[in-house]
Write a new protein. Sequence first.
Length: 375
Amino acid sequence: MKPEMGRTVRTFEATITNQQQVRDDLDQLGWAASKLWNVGRYYAQKQWDETGEIPDDGELKAELKGHERYTDLHSQSSQRVLEELAEAFNGWFGKRRNGDDRARPPGYRKNGDSHPRSTVSFKAAGFKHDAQFTRVRLSKGRNLKEHRSDFILCEYETRPDVDLTEWDIQQVRAVYKRDEWRLQFVCRTTIDPEPPGDEVAGVDLGVCNFAAVSFGGESVLYPGGSLKEDEYYFTKKKSKCDDSTSREATRFDRKRTGRRTHFLHALSKAIVEECVKRGVGTLVVGDLGGIREDGENGEPRNWGDHGNLDLHGWAFDRFTTLLTDLGVWAHRRQPACRTWVVRVRGVRYGCERGRERCGEHSTKGTPESRHGWRR
């Protein structure tokens, strides 16, 4: 029996490079989304007062389809706003059912006479992607169009390791963050269920060498020196700021996070590609849960000043998540062995002890140049 195809969904964020040209149009859409939210919120409150029930998203769409605010946005964008409102009410109901008396229903999106810029979602009929010129065309609602073919053409830039042509874009979101508009591409791809082979590899995670992958007779080291250098550099820069919440300090935090994310993506991609090349169908990753805690009483373990500092910024849990997302269909934990078993391309295997296959390489060695993966 042929195994079912696996699917994975990822969201990639992009910078809008022609921000000045499209900002006003995106502002209009963001404000329109807030106004439609408020119209839906008012209708839901009215129905609640009259019937004691909150309308679901189907009723909200049917009742408000003819409203002027509904046609400010593309129909699918308006539908998504009302779906989010219904989801917010469902979340509130769930919290109240679980005994959270402090939970409050979703409020109105309005500050005095002004409205915040809400996120605007564009489903398949509301956007057109041009991968060759890295731009995307976003649809306006009928009320905001100056003429029939009026639309917003956003030029964008993603991380260097992101190639949207490899993904099926399901949805595009315009998100207002840190005083500027950004794009989020919600993508899906189908993963081949056939493994590249029957081999098993083990991954040992460390600090100096972030990862050591053992393929049986050979190990590949992935130094983490650049990650440590970035952590030290940006921590030092931030310490010189007068206020840890200042714009300058926030900029350093944002840049450090971006560089760390790029490093982890590049590392996980390199490991998966190496596994495919060597015919590896299973990765066994050592489970480092609890490494920051004392095994006897659960209190924080003291690894010394230097060790505690390294562990504080050690993103091993995020790396494991990225590894399973990038080129892998699924994973499952093996409590008896304290490992993660990762199924490359969707094939299921039994449990192996990762540390026996990896050795102790990942806490030793000297980091090479940036991303200097070496054998």
